[in-house]
Design a protein around this ligand. Sequence first.
Ligand code: T4K
Length: 397
Amino acid sequence: MSTPKAFEKPIYVTRPFLPPLTEFKKGLEEIWANGWLTNNGPIHQRYSRELCRYFDTENICLFNNGTLALQIALQGLGLSGEVITTPFTFVATTHALYWNKIRPVFCDIEPDFYNLDPKKVEAAITPWTTAILAVHTYGFPCQVHALADIARRHKLKLVYDAAHAFGVKIGSEPIAHFGDLSMFSFHATKLYHSFEGGLLTFRDSSLKKTFDYLKNFGFENEEEVVMPGTNAKMNEVQALMGSQMLRYIDKLILKRSQIAEVYRKRLGAVPGIRLPVRVAGDVRYNFGYFCVEVDEEAFGLSRDALNEELKRYNIWTRRYFYPLVCDYACYRSVSITDPLTVARRAAKRILSLPIYDALEVSDVEKICDIVQLLGSASCRKPLKRTKDVRMSTAGAA
Ligand code: T4K
């Protein structure tokens, strides 16, 4: 195989889909005509109804981002003490606990889908445990029935960080129907976005009022503030984007599924590259991420070395999720009893490859060629890094 040239333009781990500008401008004209920009405006109200239909529930609440949505969710549920959670996630999952003065109990994950291992969860329960905060990592559904059973037997709340899981279903059930509550992130880097945004879906309809108070300063009316809320409202431009994105979500998932198949076909036989495990037949997956594990010995390069080498080709893969949250300076003092063997191994090996609707199949083929080539020791050269043009430096990867 001849050495492929570097991509002229950077290939990022993701690029947001944007609806046609003419369509969005039309929506903006509506906002201009309304003169209503935020605070439960008409587009926000319409979008809420659309999401209720999408998720087949009346119990939803929109937010300006997923992190505040989760933080408010835990507050509204009245959680305290200890919550069992995963260290293999974006740091916002744990931050939401921190801001509620809840102690995270980091528990190991299972090796196929990187989600909380129910057996380990049960072993981590103490008299102080009030909830399980699980993440549907990369949109792979957790073992929802096993977790529900544990939560029921131990009288714990079951909360899902479903930041990655928009559009996922188990059978005919939207993923939002499992557990007491789910949080979806609509950040620009997600398959489905509203520039930034977040959504809570929940079982107990009486929570709606509390969440509405908490995201709007606690206002009951002009004269009454019933609780010390914050400002976490979604504005009209965000709601407009979210609403328009709903028209495209199925097409976006289909396009990504095709990209995933190309990766599978082309990388399946590369020694040392472990493809994501296929989800069960009854799961409708969203292909939000395509993460492979790199086995250094068999591949010839470590995951970190591959991540660096790819930059020479202008390919900006990411290490979602490395380091583990418990290894960040601000959480190192949290005591951990579980050795987190599976999570540590995953954090060391996982690499998120580019996947987004605008990625051409020929580009995916080329990425695969480059990965394959890098795996053969002969092509390694001293590293000359190009400039990382990430827009944000926050986070794990
Ligand atoms: N729970 C979980 C499990 C999560 O994964 C997240 C967020 C949350 C909770 C919190 O939800 P939010 O509060 O964010 O709604 C990104 C995102 O910022 C973050 O939302 C996401 N998880 C996390 C997994 O990834 P970074 O630091 O990797 O983002 P950034 O800015 O480096 O972007 C990655 C790549 O995406 C860039 O190299 C290029 C591309 N990009 C990015 C942006 C922002 C674009 O092409 N356009 C853009 O506008 O954290």
